[in-house]
Design a protein around this ligand. Sequence first.
Ligand SMILES: Nc1ncnc2c1ncn2[C@@H]1O[C@H](COP(=O)(O)OP(=O)(O)O)[C@@H](O)[C@H]1O
Ligand SMILES: Cc1ncc(COP(=O)(O)OP(=O)(O)O)c(N)n1
Length: 265
Amino acid sequence: MVPNVLTIAGTDPSGGAGVQADLKAFSAHGAYGMSVITALVAQTTTGVAEVHEVPPEFITAQLVTLLDDVRVDSVKIGMLANAEVIRAVVEVLDRYAPPHVVLDPVMVAKSGDRLLAPEAVGALRDELLPRVDLITPNLPEAADLLGEPELADVDGMPAQAERLAGLGAKQVLLKGGHLSGESSVDLLYGDGIAEFLTSERVVTTNDHGTGCTLSAAIAALRPQRPDWLTAVRESKDYLTEALRASERLDVGHGHGPVHHFHHWW
Ligand SMILES: Nc1ncnc2c1ncn2[C@@H]1O[C@H](COP(=O)(O)OP(=O)(O)O)[C@@H](O)[C@H]1O
Ligand SMILES: Cc1ncc(COP(=O)(O)OP(=O)(O)O)c(N)n1
């Protein structure tokens, strides 16, 4: 069965992040991709120029129209922009209860530009996070959600993942890409497991959209795999290969891995 997978996210005209990257990752993992737009973002791999936030009532209309008609097998949630949009998504999750909801808690782009209003972090943590099956924070996002300093090494990841799980998400994938060293280490925590997933750290500047691509691949694979660990492991391998492929193509700096991976693939 080809799973129907929905992304609820903002746009990225460069194709390396956001909805555009999500749909590529869905297709690359045998899923039928659908999308609801939360924000129109004027950006490239080097920065965000402008954001046009979609009114929350229109996000609700996009979601209800789709969910009243189509079976959804998993959901990836990315950029939400503000607290009103978060609450609109929460209401729809409560009404339709789709399976396998993955939340990539997008707050700040790699360029440093904010993609979530600072005053909305509380709504993300207290109202949305308890309703999702897997949250995939990077280390800055984990620190923001917990109101604590950013981790500087892998040793602190198990305890921080436990604190994140205490906020209510069933599973936590704490991503260590912002650390340094020869490996890029993540931790999957929840449902009785605490599993480190380690890959080679690819030396590259083509890392725009890595978090989007990973969480989208996980959402596409989860309905096709027996458990989260299998889906996460395969998704991480896919992302690592995409990062390696982006170097082989040598088409300049700053593009996203999936952008090159699909051209190469
Ligand atoms: N240079 C890299 N080489 C290999 N994997 C990486 C690299 N940078 C990030 N990753 C992996 O990409 C995923 C995204 O990680 P991270 O960069 O921490 O999150 P985000 O992209 O949301 O900021 C994680 O699985 C991480 O381990
Ligand atoms: C619309 C939109 N969503 C998410 C992002 C984040 O992409 P990036 O800044 O490259 O960060 P990671 O995906 O690596 O966490 C974005 N720029 N735009």
